[in-house]
Design a protein around this ligand. Structure first.
Ligand SMILES: Cc1ncc(COP(=O)(O)O)c(C=O)c1O
Length: 368
C-alpha cells in the first residue's frame, strides 16, 4: 500500500476539494458533526470490490432493500486519536474488527476482509489528519457500517451489500455524570438473539424506554436480563461497572450484552494496577441494597463514545432513587489511565494503540 502523500495525491478532485473546504467547528458534541469524506465498497458476484474515498453525501438505497425492510445491517463504533501523536492512532481496532465480523455473520452478511477494513480506516483517518480534533477526550469517531442492498419482500438475505466507513470529529459522549433508570418492563435483546452483536435493531428496540426515562429526568435506561429481569445487563450504548466493597464489578457476558472494548480494557487496566476486578452476575436488588448500606460506593458506564462516565444515581420509574455516594473515584482513575494510553501520553504495555497510516501494517494488526 502507498504512503500518505501518494494517497492524498491520488485522491479524486472532489475529495480533495471537500477536505480543503472543511473547517472543524468550535463545538463538536458527539456524533453530530460529519467528516467531509467517507469510504465505500460494495459486495456482489460473491466478492468484495475495491473501495473508494468519497465526499460525504447521501447514498441512494432502494426502499425495498433488506437493510430497510428487515434490518439486515450492522455497524461498529471506534476512535482515532491525535493528541500527543503526529497522526491518527487507533485503539484496539482488532477487537472492533472481530466484533464487526461476528455481527456480519449473525445477520447473514459477508465478512469484510481485513485488508479492506484496514484500507477504509487508514484512508479516512489519513485524509482527516489535518482536521483531527485534539482537545481533552476529543477524537475522530469512526463508524464502519454494513448493509444489504437487494430489493425484495421475501424474507431472505441480500446478495449485494455495501460497506461504508463514516467519521465524525467528536467530543466524549457525556461530559457530566449521568442518572440511569432501571428498565423493568422492556428488554432490548434476548440470549440467542442479537444482543451480543452490534446491529441496528438492538438500538431501535431501546429508543422507547430511553424516551420514557428522559421524561422522568434520567439520561439512560439500565437494562436487566431479558429472562428473569433480575441481573443488571448494560445501558443502551455502554457497559455497566460498580465498585462494591472496594472491588470493581461488571456484569458477565450473558449472551445478550455487548462485549465492550472499553469494558475489557478497563478490566485489564484495573487488574494490572492491582485492583480486584471481576465480571459476575450483578442482581439489581443487591446493588440497590449495597448502595443504601454504603457497600457500593460508585457506579459508572463505559464505552467507546463516553469513555468512562460516572453514574450519580440509579432510579426506579416509581420515583425511588438511590444516589451514589462517590461519584468519580475509581472511575476517574481508570478514565485517566485509559485516555493516557489512547492519547499516547503513557506507555502502552498492552500493545493497544496502532498507527493508522500504513494499511498493510494495520491489516496485520486486525488479525491479532
Ligand atoms: C449496547 C452497547 N453496550 C456496550 C457498548 C460499549 O462497547 P465499546 O466499549 O466497544 O464501545 C456499546 C458501544 O458500542 C453499546 O452500544
Amino acid at each position: 500500500m502507498c504512503g500518505r502523500e501518494d494517497r492524498i495525491a491520488e485522491l479524486q478532485p472532489e475529495v480533495s476539494q471537500a477536505l480543503a473546504d472543511y473547517r472543524l467547528p468550535e463545538t463538536l458534541g458527539f456524533g453530530v458533526e460529519m467528516a467531509p469524506v467517507m469510504y465505500r465498497s460494495e459486495y456482489y458476484d460473491g466478492e468484495w470490490k475495491s473501495g473508494d474515498l468519497l465526499p460525504f453525501a447521501d447514498v441512494s438505497v432502494n426502499p425495498a432493500s433488506t437493510a430497510l425492510q428487515f434490518g439486515q445491517q450492522c455497524f461498529e463504533g471506534m476512535k482515532a486519536y491525535q493528541v500527543e501523536s503526529d497522526h491518527p492512532m487507533l485503539f484496539r481496532p482488532n477487537l472492533n474488527f472481530r466484533r464487526f465480523q461476528k455481527s456480519a455473520r449473525r445477520l447473514c452478511m459477508p465478512e469484510v476482509p481485513s485488508a479492506l477494513f484496514a484500507e477504509a480506516l487508514s484512508s479516512i483517518a489519513n485524509a482527516m489528519q489535518p482536521h483531527m480534533p485534539g482537545g481533552p477526550g476529543q477524537s475522530l469517531y469512526l463508524r464502519p457500517t454494513l448493509f444489504g442492498l437487494d430489493p425484495q419482500f421475501a424474507v431472505k438475505s441480500s446478495e449485494r451489500f455495501a460497506f461504508l466507513v463514516l467519521a465524525s470529529p467528536s467530543d466524549a459522549y457525556y461530559a457530566d455524570p449521568i442518572r440511569v433508570m432501571v428498565e423493568r418492563d422492556d428488554c432490548r435483546a434476548a440470549v440467542g438473539g442479537t444482543g451480543a452483536e452490534k446491529v441496528g435493531g438492538n438500538y431501535g428496540a431501546s429508543l422507547l424506554a430511553t424516551e420514557r426515562c428522559i421524561q422522568k429526568g434520567f439520561h439512560q435506561s439500565l437494562w436487566l436480563d431479558p429472562k428473569r429481569r433480575c441481573n443488571i445487563e448494560e445501558l443502551s450504548a455502554m457497559n455497566f461497572m460498580a465498585v462494591v466493597d472496594g472491588a470493581l464489578r461488571t456484569p458477565e457476558l450473558s449472551g445478550s450484552i455487548l462485549d465492550g472494548v472499553t469494558r475489557d480494557s478497563l478490566l485489564e487496566i484495573a487488574r494490572h494496577s492491582g485492583i480486584d476486578a471481576k465480571d459476575t452476575d450483578i442482581p439489581i436488588d443487591e446493588i440497590l441494597q449495597a448502595i443504601e448500606s454504603g457497600r457500593c460506593s460508585e457506579a459508572f458506564a463505559c464505552g467507546t463514545g463516553a469513555i468512562v462516565c460516572p453514574i450519580s444515581a440509579i432510579g426506579e420509574s416509581n420515583g425511588k432513587e438511590y444516589p451514589l455516594p462517590e461519584v468519580n473515584q475509581m472511575a476517574s482513575t481508570l478514565r485517566r489511565a485509559l485516555l493516557d494510553i489512547q492519547e499516547c501520553r503513557a506507555p502502552d504495555p498492552f500493545d493497544w494503540v496502532i498507527d493508522s497510516q500504513n494499511s498493510q501494517v494495520l491489516a496485520e494488526y486486525l488479525e491479532k
